[in-house]
Write a protein that binds this ligand. Structure first.
Ligand code: ZN
Ligand code: FE
Length: 257
């Protein structure tokens, strides 16, 4: 059995910690800080087996050097085209890796950054800053077309696949989602549930691919109803109906929301 636990970092980051029943080894995803990871490992009598990196941003990588200092010779998996220099195992799109006897397929998901990858299988997906619950990462380096193609790879995962993204942005994302689809009943119910969790200081994650297909406007941006639901506010940035046109418009709308 695989367990995935959240280690909190910065103000709204989660460093996901993977363990299995029969081992005291843990792997962590995107350690932007080392100290919370070291404290968690000590508290739970775990040893660090390795690190998975989704992209180069400091809030996903700044803890790596200190963790490698504390646990020398551990593996650091990350994108082959990353500007981050601490990677020992370079990964490319479609590659398979095995971590704690769990197999992951690497999906290259450029958009937020050009080096962004997700670690996926039928049960788990670590989506970094690509797919958030109710939203998606800002396009710092990639184009809307690239991000839409990245989202299409994630949309093909099973509906039951659990999604572990890096940030607790869910409530803010859902405020935007409700502006886009004010009458989506699944969205209204989910938003209520998330508000309850957050008011009890509980995390809103993981979400699932199936849930996001029902409530996340960026996962739904090819539905014709999406544009009709934002009369006047919707800026069309595409003239000739490219499949990513709605996605580009939504992202622009969110940037100014
Ligand atoms: Zn980022
Ligand atoms: Fe981030």
């Amino acid at each position: 059995m695989v367990q995935v636990k959240a280690i909190k970092a910065f103000s709204d980051n989660y460093i996901w910690c993977l363990t299995t029943d029969n081992s005291n080894q843990a792997w962590v995803v995107d350690p932007g800080q080392a100290q919370p990871v070291l404290a968690y490992l000590a508290e739970h009598e775990l040893t660090l087996g390795g690190i998975l990196i989704t992209h180069h941003h400091y809030d996903h990588t700044d803890g790596v050097a200190a963790l490698v200092g504390a646990y020398p010779n551990i593996s650091v998996y990350g994108p082959a085209n990353s500007p981050f220099k601490g990677i020992t195992h370079s990964l490319t799109d479609g590659q398979s890796i095995s971590v704690l006897n769990i197999n992951f397929t690497i999906l290259a998901t450029p958009g937020h950054t050009l080096d962004h990858i997700c670690y996926t299988n039928d049960e788990l997906a670590f989506t970094g800053d690509t797919l958030f619950s109710g939203g998606c990462g800002r396009l710092f380096e990639g184009t809307p077309k690239e991000m839409w193609e990245s989202f299409n790879k994630l949309r093909e995962l099973p509906a039951s696949c659990s999604v572990y993204c890096t940030h607790e942005y869910t409530q803010a994302n859902l405020a935007f989602a409700k502006a886009v689809e004010p009458r989506n009943p699944e969205l209204l119910a989910y938003s209520k549930k998330v508000n309850e969790l957050r008011s009890n200081n509980q995390i809103s994650l993981p979400t699932s691919i199936g849930q996001e297909l029902k409530i996340n406007p960026f996962m739904r941006s090819d539905l014709p109803t999406i544009t009709e639901l934002v009369p006047g506010k919707f800026i069309s940035v595409t003239k000739n109906n490219e499949p990513w046109g709605n996605f580009a418009s939504l992202r622009q709308f969110k940037d100014n929301f």
